[in-house]
Design a protein around this ligand. Structure first.
Ligand code: 5GP
Length: 117
């Protein structure tokens, strides 16, 4: 049985448009359609094997490390590094994950509170 493509896989395959800010062989970054801060970018691996952080295994260490290097570079390029930013990966129902394709939210450009809601 073939699983239906997620919205993020459709963005990777350029079937639906997104405001892409970075792309390489391993990952893609694009502006969130419903931004929660002045800067709100999603960084996703291109593989569809990882539905959430809970699927990450030792074989994925290089990929995840690469994604975090990309996140740091994007934070600088998007002008949010100096005042600080937040990186979030919602994992599962309790964390309100809505798209079953591993993704990291990079949000910045305003202050955030803690603990999160
Ligand atoms: P989650 O709630 O799973 O952690 O985050 C999913 C994110 O994907 C949400 O912030 C939502 O706004 C974003 N999103 C959902 N559909 C689309 C889309 O079609 N395009 C873009 N750019 N973002 C989307």
């Amino acid at each position: 049985m073939t699983e239906e493509k997620t919205i993020f896989k459709r963005i990777i395959d350029k079937e639906i448009p997104a405001k892409i800010v970075y792309e390489d062989d391993l990952c893609l970054a694009f502006h969130d359609v419903s931004p929660q801060a002045p800067v709100h970018v999603l960084i996703i691996p291109k593989t569809t094997e990882l539905r959430s952080l809970d699927d990450v295994a030792p074989k994925d260490e290089a990929l995840i490390g690469h994604i975090f290097v990309v996140i740091q570079r994007l934070a600088r390029e998007l002008g949010i590094a100096e005042n600080g930013y937040r990186v979030v990966s919602n994992c599962g129902v309790n964390a309100c994950q809505t798209v079953p394709h591993l993704h990291f939210h990079l949000i910045g450009g305003r202050g955030f509170s803690w603990p999160p809601g």
